[in-house]
Design a binder for this molecule. Structure first.
Ligand code: GLA
Length: 386
């Protein structure tokens, strides 16, 4: 059922909507846990998105209705300094708190949200909500921030309000995505280096393991700490190194004794991922799709053995991918510890690929998964409601 969010909002709140923003979820195509190491990622915005419709309100009370979950949230602008447990409106309150830190104050509002981004799956439903709210606020309250800074606001929500020490990938991809393209992001300079067309005749299929990954409660922050400790070790020999982005495998190996064994493995993953992203970009430039697919499988293997952010369900999906014709590569995508795998699949067989993957997974595990044939869309936008 498709819901017109503006009509739904106006009916629910009995007032006219002012602006409607839309921010997509994202797929991390290659470059796992490289963003907070100032490295490279190939990512894409998907057509699954969160819409956020907004109108001004009197006083200090804000009301938000979620048309997917059919539930509402309310808060007072003067009482949002701390998140409330298990409350999706934290991602919106967090944006307001982050703006306040930058000296930007907003007024009360009523809002409606409607999302098609799967929740807690690894497609960045929270970033989509942060960015959609941000873009709606930018119009309603006349806030002028560079797009990169809006991404930082969303990251600030995760880092400071929610306690997840994530990088910029999710918000950045939701903002800068390009239709039918992958974006090659550089997280040292925080910019898109290049847009790379999705190879003709291929598409990305998501295999959602349905294992909910709550990154705040997972080992995500520990992984980040490991990467930082590895850098401390490397600096003893190479003082010029600022982040794992500056490190080659040879340099890392020469510093193995200067760090904890586990931290070394974590660093191997990140250094390998940066290298794989660069190789993938070249492969795509030369139309070498086989090589691109191989790099996806290699990334997953490194998640298993070096970064230990996979799980049996994700491993099963990637193993099955190797046996089903039409798939060139697959890997876990996003933080890991559950969530989704992405599969590079020939477009012509994508439907039957999904059926085969679901059936084979059910036979092996007795459990069900969801698949999505993704279309790659543009980044976030906002428009006035006329
Ligand atoms: C999550 C984080 C991102 C990034 C990925 C892993 O999606 O929010 O910042 O670190 O994991 O690449």
């Amino acid at each position: 059922m498709s819901v017109n969010i503006v009509e739904a909002f106006e009916k629910k709140f009995g007032k006219k909507a002012a602006f409607v923003a839309k921010a997509p979820g994202r797929l991390e195509i290659l470059g796992n846990h490289t963003d907070y190491n100032q490295g490279f990622v190939l990512s894409a915005a998907v057509s699954q998105a969160t819409e956020f419709v907004i109108a001004p309100a009197e006083g200090r009370k804000c009301r938000i209705w979620d048309f997917r979950g059919n539930c509402g949230a309310e808060f007072d602008l003067d009482n949002i300094s701390k998140p409330t447990p298990k409350d999706w409106s934290n991602y919106i309150k967090g944006v307001i708190v982050e703006l306040a830190k930058r000296g930007i104050k907003i007024g009360a509002f009523d809002a409606g949200i409607l999302s098609t981004v799967p929740l807690s799956a690894g497609m960045s439903s929270s970033a989509a909500l942060e960015v959609a709210a941000s873009f709606a606020f930018s119009k309603l309250f006349n806030i002028n921030l560079a797009k990169e800074d809006w991404a930082r606001v969303g990251q600030g929500v995760e880092n400071n309000y929610m306690g997840l020490k994530s990088g910029l990938l999710d918000q950045f991809s939701s903002i800068f995505g390009k239709e039918n393209s992958l974006i090659l992001c550089d997280f040292r300079d925080v910019k898109v280096l290049k847009t790379v067309p999705v190879p003709e005749g291929y598409c990305f299929v998501v295999g959602n393991s349905m294992v909910k990954h709550n990154l705040v409660e997972s080992d995500y922050n520990l992984r980040r700490a490991s990467c930082e400790k590895a850098v401390e070790g490397i600096k003893k020999k190479y003082p010029e190194v600022k982040a794992l982005r500056d490190v080659s495998q040879t340099m890392l190996d020469s510093c193995k004794d200067l760090m904890d064994k586990v931290d070394y493995l974590r660093a191997c993953h990140v250094v390998g991922e940066d290298e794989r992203v660069m190789k993938a970009e070249k492969a795509l430039e030369h139309g070498d799709i086989q090589e691109f697919g191989k790099l996806l499988f290699e990334s997953h293997a490194s998640s298993i053995s070096n970064f230990e952010n996979s799980c049996v369900e994700l491993d099963c999906l990637v193993e099955l991918a190797k046996t089903i014709p039409g798939c060139l590569g697959a890997r876990l995508s996003g933080g890991g510890f559950g969530g989704i795998t992405i599969h590079l699949v020939k477009e012509a067989v994508a439907e039957s690929y999904c059926t085969k993957l679901k059936t084979a997974y059910k036979t092996q595990t007795g459990k069900s998964i969801e698949t999505i044939i993704c279309s790659i869309g543009d980044g976030a936008s906002v428009k006035e409601v006329k």
